[in-house]
Ligand binder design. Structure first.
Ligand code: NFS
Ligand code: SF4
Length: 650
């Protein structure tokens, strides 16, 4: 077995943006450990783990596969072990997205029953539209009656034992046929996750292909099920996103305001914090404490959720969570679930920051736990803001340094919003986009999603690839921390199109007033990318399935199990996925071949690994070209030529 040894990195090698680099340096000066220094102490990471050939599923093990020991004690070989491990990752990711969706569906139910405290149905038209879509009777019924039926329908998506997911009906007919043929139509989300754990426990499913097909089935329950439910219910309860202006990066923190940072994924509490932070009493309290006001800012996907609905600024993406604390200017960081590092309280201990955990399923040693009571949500939010205000006096000015970095952005491109931008209120449609793709003004559509990873320089791959693609007339759709990377770079403004986009893309962006990079929301909102792709299929002219439209998904700097699930549901949906670094599967040539090649025969798409942005851009272009070729739209349509033909009356 070989191990990797790398020399310690300089701060400038850690991150792309200067604000993060400055805070990495400050952390070192303040003797604060961050993920960057811990990445160094974790060097020589386990090569068995990296290749996926370590199994600790039963207590005859742990077993590791080597040339001398090609089978575990039970007889499992590398193929079985690698496939089981990957399946469990997909189940973990699916469970995370979907449990988030479940919590929201339960909240919708309580609201419908009049037990939702301060929550209301904010977007009744969306509620009714979704009800009609799912064949829930809505005409002549109250919003609450409709919401109760819809909430129960969504909750049934988790528990359904025999019926395939209702949310799959959103996919193109042909695609549903593919899933049926391959035997991967998912039933209830919970059932898929339980079955994944069952099949991968000792002595059950040993056929790597069979295991991996269940990984795709489980992932479909995420992308078209749990994540979808999360996005829809968020829209109903908190409003469907439409384009808003805001700012991003650590410079959004105020030098003289009480700074409250929300971090995690579930939008329920942060919605209330957004209201509480603008409350007149709270602002008066802040002023009485000597501050000029209250700044609410976000990290990770909680940030994306309140950005796309309220324009609340973004403090940073995943690997800036510790760096935000290192500014010494954060009074309180409120965390809920997912991607919140257990290190936060120890980083906070070097400053005056209080870390508050709020989810009953997520506690951290060293954090204050303030259980969030949904029925008294606004009061809970105000309590938190009051505590943050009280903490303002504990700031240590000598330890404070806020980097002067804040970039303007526009975010909030739900599918409805894109349709509206493209076609206008009365003829909202994807037609202009499809036409631009068919004419070659837009070469294709690429979704760039996912996390950051301290193994590589933060945001570098994401930002280099984004620039390269828009330069080549590719429209880029973004979610999650990848979207925040672009926000920090100033690429989420329509003006960016003028400077950085190729002429065809620029023309379209200017005509409809959109940026060349569209921020569609959090990671559960990747379901919106599938929805947008489906709209393109339905609009016509680009084939009758998702495997035909010129679209590719990319996760450049991913780190989470959730990204594994996302990758799998994109591929199973017929969209090729580029990974910036591979899954932990290198220990099985067969699993690698299955995922990177064979699945193309099943789904019309597969995984590809491109370790740097430039090779990814080349590869993406090749994939888009292949699809354009098949559609017969790959001729460069010189419009001058057209004009001449027109003039000749051909
Ligand atoms: Ni997505 Fe969002 Fe960010 Fe990665 Fe984490 S916040 S759910 S998992 S790190 S993109
Ligand atoms: Fe080892 Fe098999 Fe047990 Fe895994 S399941 S730990 S390979 S004996």
């Amino acid at each position: 077995m070989t191990t990797e040894t790398k020399p310690a990195k300089k701060a400038g090698d850690r991150a792309w943006d200067a604000a993060s680099v400055a805070m990495v340096n400050k952390a070192t000066a303040d003797c604060v450990d961050t993920c960057f220094s811990r990445m160094d102490t974790q060097q020589n990471q386990c090569a068995f783990g990296r290749q996926g050939i370590c199994c600790r599923i039963c207590y005859m093990g742990p077993c590791r596969i080597t040339a001398k020991a090609p089978r575990g004690v039970c007889g499992a070989d590398a193929d079985t072990i690698v496939a089981r491990n990957l399946l469990r990752e997909v189940a973990g990711g699916t469970a995370a997205h979907s449990d988030h969706g479940r919590h929201l569906a339960l909240l919708l139910k309580r609201v419908a029953e009049g037990k939702g405290g301060d929550y209301r149905i904010k977007d009744e038209p969306v509620l009714r539209q979704e009800a009609r879509w799912y064949k829930v009777e809505e005409a002549g019924r109250s919003a609450n009656e409709v919401a109760l039926d819809l909430a129960n329908l969504f909750l049934n998506e988790f528990s359904s034992q025999e019926e395939p997911l209702r949310t799959l009906a959103l996919a193109p007919v042909k695609r549903r046929g593919v899933w049926e043929k391959e035997g991967i139509l998912p039933q209830g989300i919970d059932r898929m996750c339980v079955e994944a754990l069952h099949r991968s426990t000792m002595g059950v499913d040993h056929d790597y292909e069979h295991l991996l097909k269940h990984a795709f089935r489980t992932a479909l329950a995420d992308g078209w099920g749990g994540s979808r439910v999360a996005s829809i219910v968020s829209d109903i309860l908190f409003g469907s996103p439409s384009p808003v202006r805001s700012e991003a990066n650590l410079g959004v923190l105020g030098a003289r305001t009480v700074n409250v940072v929300v971090h995690g994924h579930e939008p329920a509490l942060s919605e209330m914090l957004a209201i509480a932070s603008q409350d007149a009493d709270m602002l008066a309290q802040a002023r009485a404490a000597g501050a000029e006001g209250i700044t609410l800012a976000g990290i990770c996907c909680t940030a994306n959720e309140i950005l796309i609905r309220h324009g609340i600024p973004i403090a940073g993406n995943f690997l800036q969570q510790e760096l935000a604390l290192v500014t010494g200017a954060v009074e309180m960081m409120v965390v809920d679930v997912q991607c919140c590092m257990p290190s936060l309280p120890s980083v906070a201990a070097a400053y005056h920051t209080e870390i508050v955990s709020t989810s009953d399923i997520a506690k951290t040693i060293g954090a204050t736990h303030a259980a969030f009571d949904e029925e008294k949500a606004l009061a809970c939010a105000k309590d938190l803001i009051s505590r943050a205000i009280a903490n303002y006096k504990n700031r240590q000015p000598g330890k404070m340094s806020i980097p002067p970095a804040r970039s303007p952005l526009v975010a909030g491109f739900s599918v409805e919003a894109i349709k509206y931008m493209l076609g206008g209120r009365y003829r909202a449609s994807f037609r202009p986009l499809n036409d631009a793709v068919m004419q070659g003004r837009i070469h294709g559509v690429v979704g760039i999603v996912g996390c950051n990873n301290p193994k590589t320089r933060v945001d570098e791959y994401i930002n280099t690839l984004t620039r390269e693609l828009i330069k080549r007339n590719v429209l880029v759709l973004k979610t999650g921390c990848a979207a925040i990377a672009s926000a920090k770079e100033g690429m989420l403004t329509p003006e960016a199109a003028l400077e950085a986009a190729g002429p065809g893309l620029r023309e379209v962006c200017e005509a409809v007033g959109i940026p060349p990079v569209l921020h569609m929301g959090s990671c559960v909102d990747n379901s919106r990318i599938l929805e947008a792709a489906t709209e393109m299929v339905k609009e016509g002219g680009l084939g009758d399935d998702l495997s035909m439209i010129p679209a590719v998904g990319v996760a450049p700097e991913w780190m989470s199990e959730k990204a594994v699930a996302i990758g799998c549901y994109f591929v199973a949906s017929g969209v090729d996925v580029i990974l910036g670094h591979p899954f932990h599967i290198a220990g099985s040539a067969k699993v690698t071949q299955f995922l990177n090649e064979d699945v193309r025969g099943l789904f019309g798409a597969s995984f590809h690994v491109c370790e740097d942005a430039r090779s990814a851009a080349e590869h993406i272009f090749k994939l888009l070209d292949q699809r354009r070729e098949k559609l017969g739209i790959n001729q460069k349509m010189e419009r001058k030529l057209f004009d001449m033909k027109d003039r000749r009356g051909v």
